[in-house]
Every structure is written in C-alpha cells, then in structure tokens.
Design a protein around this ligand. Sequence first.
Ligand code: FES
Ligand code: FES
Length: 159
Amino acid sequence: MATGLLITVNGRQHQVQAAPDTPLLYVLRNELGLHGPQYGCGCETCGACTVLLGAKAVKACKVPVSEAAVGAVTTLEGLSVEGELHPVQRAFVEEQALQCGYCGNGMIMTTVAFLWKYPHPTDDQIREALDGNLCRCGAHLRILRAVRRAAVLLAQEGA
Ligand code: FES
Ligand code: FES
C-alpha cells in the first residue's frame, strides 16, 4: 500500500507516495524524473541502476525505497557541481570510455564510491570493483583507462 515517505536525493528532500518495498529505481525515475540511473536487468545483475546511498554504491533496482529513506541518495545528476562535471565523469569523457552509454551511469557511480575508498587502485582492484557492472558493448578496456585517469584527476584536484 502506498504511504508517504521522505527521501533525500541529491541534497533535496522529497515527499513521495510509494509502497515501502517499491524499488528505489522506480521512485527515482518515475516519481522524481531522474533518468541517470538506468533500468537494465531489474535483478541486481547488470549495475546499470547504481546510485550512492551515503558513501556506498548500491543497485537501485533492489533497494526498497523505505531503506533509502534512512540515508542520503546521490544519483548521476547529483555529481556535478554548478554545471561542472565530476572528475570521474570527465575522465570517462576524456577517455571516450563508452560506446552506447547504457552502462555508463553504473560504471561512473561505482567508480566514484570505489575511488573514495581506494584512491590509488591497482588494475586488479579496478576490475574487481567493476565486476558487478556489465557492458554489452565490450568497452571494458577503455573503462579501465577512464578509472585510472579518474584516480589521477581526483588526486590532482583533491576532490
Ligand atoms: S537494473 Fe539494477 S542491476 Fe540491472
Ligand atoms: S558502452 Fe554500451 S553497454 Fe557499455
């Protein structure tokens, strides 16, 4: 049954009407019009729907909106500051990492959380971190380069 829930997304509070077990992804896309998080598999396999819940990357197709209500959600739309792309976004652009782009949201959001935790990652750590994010275009090598570049940009900019 739909109930009123307060969730914080990209620094703003929103009152939404939803059953507590509604996947967060549906609320973000359908109620709040945030289309950065993508619907891919709907079963926690592809990573296209990834958002940040606090400092953790989570798959929004599986997180119930009631769980998200206890923390702060950040979506792809919330990464940029005053129109400036986040360094991880810039690195993906500069490396031309994506082909169709469908996996991009998940790759970028997972990378943001990963680099907070591991600012100087090895290639093996990057591969492991992105293991839950699928790219059907096979752009993995360029994505690996983008994550390396993102680590450099973040270190340079102290972001
Ligand atoms: S749509 Fe959530 S993991 Fe695929
Ligand atoms: S660039 Fe197409 S799915 Fe990754």
